[in-house]
Design a protein around this ligand. Sequence first.
Ligand code: WT7
Length: 659
Amino acid sequence: MKEHEVAPETPGTEPQALSNLLQENRRFAPPADLAAAANVTAAAYTEAEADRLAFWESAAERLTWAKRWDSTLEWNPPFAKWFVGGELNIAYNCVDRHVEAGNGDKVAYYWEGEPEGDSRTITYADLQREVNKAANALTELGVTKGDRVAIYMPMIPELPVAMLACARVGAIHSVVFGGFSASALQSRIEDADAKLVITADGGYRRGAPSALKPTVDEAVAQTPGVEHVLVVRRTGQEVAAQERDIWWHDLVERQSDQHEAQPHDAEDPLYILYTSGTTGKPKGILHTTGGYLTQTAWTHHAVFDLKPDTDIYWCTADIGWVTGHSYIVYGPLANGATSVMYEGTPDTPHRGRFWEIIQKYKITILYTAPTAIRTFMKWGDDIPAKFDMSSLRILGSVGEPINPEAYVWYREHIGGERCPVVDTWWQTETGAIMISPLPGLTAGKPGAAMRPLPGISADVVDDQGHSVPNGGGGFLVVREPWPSMLRTIWGDDQRYIDTYWSRFEGMYFPGDGAKRDEDGDLWLLGRVDDVMLVSGHNISTTEVESALVSHPKVAEAAVVGATDPVTGQAIVSFVILRGSAEESDDIAAELRAHVAKTLGPIAKPRQILVVPELPKTRSGKIMRRLLRDVAENRSIGDVTTLADSTVMNLISDKLPSAK
Ligand code: WT7
């Protein structure tokens, strides 16, 4: 087994990890000029402290409402309604109002395709015409308010256009990450009961066209509820034409570019986005209209100190994840920002591509993930050093805890030692950033997300739900509802209650461990349950186990997340083969390919160990804690609750055969 250095911010709540964190005592004060001109000052904290609802009302007033709300919050725990009685149209807020204000010529997106030289500039006026045409096309297809539309697309401008067109007519979009397999797409289409799928022939990945349409064909073959598949031509790849297919260029291009946006209720659903759950079946996280846009827009303005007239902002996420929904589409557009959107991978055609893009567009704000930063560190300091990145002024991080080393490297090698790093904690469920430094205000600590934003009552509690004092560790909770919170799990209110509101009475439990240091600042420690965080993506152990067990040669499987210097956590699997199956050198490769096919490449285990037995309690529950000890090369912990305490010896004996 490979030796791995255990990074100080190792997910988990072991006291040892906690004490390591506290040795970090570097501080980076905000640059004076940034502080002097910052969008948000310390007053925001005192105002929100004095009157949380009044604070969120003033954030909501940054939007344009067709009808003002009657009451700010209706809280029927754990079900919240924000800005009750208010009406607005999200597409109008993200597009039309900027055109009406005379900013039609302003760039909304500089789109950069993966093939070099393949780029497009989309102004707010362009975006308005495209969204209107797409909204008219949806109407022609019979898509009306409340219908679900699945979107499975590469990172091309038609993706935000499709989302905004749905928002405009009140249809609920469900974007499925383009890297997911046909069966993952199918189960999401089914769960949401989507009647339309919007896709493309393919997109560019790692220097080559990568097909999407065949995956859609496979998925919709099993979903009779899908009436049409609307296909954007991106790569020009051959596609097998199905009866329900319609080309985007045939349908959308001939539509009128005029469309009257109707206001929607503040609580009308905006989208469903699926996230992995411990029980295997993905959870359809439901977000609504007024509160979601209020908090995504305000946090984007505050955390990135966005100056819409001068900043060029780039979030490197894929729109298939919540980061892209909130911080490539809704937050930035609501604020009238100019963004860069990039289709491809960071190493195509060379490992300096990101820095070349920053240099080309003179990007001022960069928002990326620790897993990417660790990869860049591994590739070497000399690569970013070749590019002029002096335009940058703020750096953001999201997706998992950022290692202090990665934070300091990011600040130095990308940010030229002048840019504050904002480590932003949030989730698909929270909809928007919840805990983060403010770049003009906070003296940042490498590895700490610092403080809850104004209006957010996050806390750290012990087992019993009592606040821990400074210096203590425990569970992160949120005590009061916030505007962009999920409203429920699509079609499953009970699961919503059980998953988020049952661990601690009256509090939202996001599933993360946290630590409050001696200054009262927060450090996030990763998931406390069995969801693994691989390259910033949540993958449930159960999902991977089910995929392994679906292979004819596998009898049983147990999966754990092990600390990995690049991906944060890596998937390590222990499998018991079926009696007839022979253990061979190929078995690990065969099973890895099988998982990739079933769940998508991101879920491919780093290692597969063939073992004779799995450690189980008397009630038959697998003790993953012990397997994690094995996967991370630790001495094995307490085995007294095992049904058979000799099992761990059998497993340890198998270690040299690790694949
Ligand atoms: C989980 C949510 C937020 C969009 C991307 C992931 C972890 C996220 C941080 C951070 C420590 C973080 C948490 C959270 N996480 N950001 N800055 N520091 N941990 O969204 O897939 O819903 O995952 O990602 O564990 O619960 P997601």
